[in-house]
Ligand binder design. Sequence first.
Ligand code: ADP
Length: 975
Amino acid sequence: MNAGSQLGTGKRAEQPEIDYRGLFEALPGLFLILLPDDPAFTIVAASNAYLKASKLSRENIVCHSLIEIFPASPDAVHAATQGNVLASIKRVLATRKPDSMPVQQYNVRREQGEGGGFEERHWSPVNSPVLNPDGTILLLVHRVEDVTDFVLLKRKEAQQQDLAEAERARADQISAELSLSSRELTHVKQLGSEREHTEKRNNLLMRVDDAIRGLTDLHEIPRTVAELTGEHLQVNRCMYAIVRADEESFDLICPYSKDVPVVDGGYLFSDFGKNLGPFLREGQPWVIDDAETDPRTADDRESYRMAQARSGIAIPFLKDGRLVGVMSVSHITPRHWEPDEVELLQMVATRCWESVERASITRELREREHRFRCLAESIPQMIWTATPDGALDYASEQAARYFGIEPEAVHRAGWLQWVHPDDREPTVERWKHSLESATPYETSFRLRRASDGSWRWHLALAQPLLDEGGKVVQWIGTCTEIEDQKQAEVHLQQQWRIFDSALSNTPDHIYTLDREARFTYANRALLSFLQKPLEELVGNLGVDFVSSPELAEGMRQQIEQVIDTKQPLRDRSSLTGVTGEVRSYEYILAPVLTANGQVEAVAGSARDITDRQRIEKAFEESEARLQQVFAQAPVGICVLRGPQLVFELANSSYAEFLPGRVLVGRPMLEVIPEIDPKELGALHRVLDTGEPVIANESPVLLDRNGVAEHRWFNYLLHPLRDADGMVSGIVTVVVDVTLQVRARLELQRVNRELEEFAYVASHDLQEPLRMVNIYTHLILKKLPSENQEIAEYGAFVRTGVLRMEKLIRDLLTFSLTVHTESLPVGIADLSASLTEALSALKIRLEENRAIVTALALPTVRGDTTQLTHVFLNLISNALKYRKKDQIPTIHIAAKQDGEQWIISMQDNGIGFEQQYAERIFGLFKRLHKDEYPGTGLGLAICKRIVERYGGRMWAEGRPGEGSTFNFSLPRVVEK
Ligand code: ADP
């Protein structure tokens, strides 16, 4: 650390430092502060007293070398003085201890007005070091005391002494020769005592000076002075008091006492009479010859007695008009104080307080120096100072660490070597400019970090420190690593580019506004919408670009609202683009918050929703239509949600199933309490499995105005899945088939009755018919056989009876088929059935020369005999309804269809109209009544047989093109 920089820094940086200089300059002593920059010993400060005594101006001293102000002179006296001063300072440098010099003569130039020439002056110089905490020399204090008066007095004394010697010689001579006169002798004695007194006094002052010189302890100084003074004045006590801020009380310290107890501690001036305080505050010495008789102590004699102070002197010390200290002596007996004793005590006290002041300033200076150093070393920046010509003369330890060299080496090494080669030239240029113009220096460059050899960006700042005349005395600068900031800046720029390109690839308008609603950013989409470059937007109010004033005002208020509430806001509006086209926009304004929750900006985005709105409208319309369809659908539709099967919606057709009941929002069991919960199994199955369920003619017992009513429904239960595919509900489509079911049941009932009737009729008619047959036969037998007519009638009756018999037989067969509770069920061999049927029809087949082809037939569930009946009927029909001119051909085949076998029988007969394909299976239904005999029961019987075994029967035909009769029967499943 360079002391010059330290002082300079102090002067520039902070107010308290300026105080220091002022304080130092105002010190009553004669001081110079020097840098230890051997051999220059630059003067960095001078006290006002010094300037006054030396008759020099500050400019002529400060910043000059000591040699300049003590120039080598042809004058032998002066040359010696300069040599002595330098020798003493060098001794201080070598020993780091104060060095007192013998009294030096150095004459001072006298003003022309005062007669010009030189004034004889004698000085007592002391050079002391101010040390750094590590013991190195920070500064040198050159203190001189003008002892001219003392020297001249001494000279006079010497002259007087010479004179006295002469007198004595002469007296001796006279005594020897003439016997001296007593008067002359007395005179000589007086002179001797006066001289002795003066000598003693000067001796004390010199001892005091010697003793306290170099003392730095603030208590040690007054103690030393008190001891010397007490002894010298032969008093009982010598004390000093440090006056408190109230100037009324003081802390007494008594370093010297003789034959009386030591006193110390806190006292009030008023303890020693009302006069003492005011007196001392006036700066007047308080002199008491006898406290028992002095009128000023009349009221306070007891205090003086207690203190065993019958007489005494108190010398005040004032600083800036304030009483700060008192030095006093006291005596146990009355004592007349001579004026020179008072004066001596005053001189001693002054020396003492000056010394104390000096020590406290030195201490403060050291503390400041220490503080600055600590500060400089503790902040992360490098701190440096440079001489006015730009040479680095100090750099803080951080710099040394950074560059990996010894601290002292930093400013000697030449700082440019650590600057990146590419940055050197501009750095030097900039520095030169600042040096020439005495203006602050600011630049950034890369410095090499020794720890890893990397180049890192730094910001260098420097301020010139100017003296009163505006001249640069020093530069103080800092060097701050900004690598991280630089990197952050690069990162930020990169982020910005990413952000901008990301936002510019969206068709939405995206922008940011500052708190005053001025654009700070706009993406490409917005710029092209406004047909403006970014520069034209940034810094301008966002609303200025909105064409309609009302809209602009609205947006302005919304921006304010976002800033006030810190809440985002969404709205829609229409904007007219530069092309004049009006389009709809949906926009969002959102606050951008700082880390502590303050709104620092507003981010906006606007989306063109013109097309979306159009789609939305179309969607809404179709939705409405759909809703209409749903509401008016002729089938009941409802949506059930959750395991409770809560009605979410139900159309009017559905509501009609449950008149007068509130559906929506209520669970099914609440809406239809009469329903058996078990019946909801299908619904729960759909919820559980997600599989749809279809049911036909499902019976439900519903409560209709208190009356239980059976109703039948066909329904479809379809699962409804939510966004993640879970079944959360059911859509139910229900058709009320109650009427159909009832009609069918009725039909079945009627059919049953008819069948009943057929059975009864066929059974009961057989008997009377047999009677008619027998008796007709007997009547015809008895009648004469030659009566042709009767024989003819008889034949008619017989034919009628045979037909009737056939009819009744068929009817009975049908009735039995229908009625027999349990038809034999087993495994029927269709091949066997067919063979049986063919053999029964053998003659008719041969008569007609019919051709029957059959592929292999399977075994099915049923009964061989019953199925023989089916084949018999079908083949017999094929022969009956053959074409007259063609040989009847019958082809029988079987094919598998799932769990069923389908048997088909195709003929090449007369065929029939397809529209009668159902009808021909009805009872007594016949298409060709007149031409062909028959009862119309054959197919009906076949159909019943097939159905009883779980099969189906149907026919296809075309007039003149033959017919195909099909029936299905269940497969025999191997167990
Ligand atoms: P039926 O033969 O005694 O009249 P069916 O019940 O056996 O009574 O036949 C009903 C009607 O179906 C017949 O009257 C006839 O019109 C028609 N039909 C039956 N089989 C055939 C066939 N193979 N070709 C044309 N029509 C037929």
